[in-house]
Design a protein around this ligand. Structure first.
Ligand SMILES: [Zn+2]
Length: 58
């Protein structure tokens, strides 16, 4: 089973979707995207929680 996360669940209006084999890989992609697309330099525990809540098994 793979993991998928829609950025729109955390940042409304963003059409980015991350997809990876593991949650760890997915978090790396999301962190990278957050930096590049949203200027988010630091993933706070609160933000990480939001991201993890948005992760789906696909
Ligand atoms: Zn985004």
């Amino acid at each position: 089973m793979a993991k998928q996360m829609s950025c729109a669940d955390v940042v409304p209006g963003c059409d980015y979707t991350a997809w990876a084999e593991t949650e760890e890989e997915l978090m790396e992609l999301v962190v990278e995207h957050a930096k590049m697309a949203h200027g988010i330099q630091e993933i706070t525990p609160e933000l990480q929680e939001q991201v993890q809540a948005a992760i789906r098994d696909v």
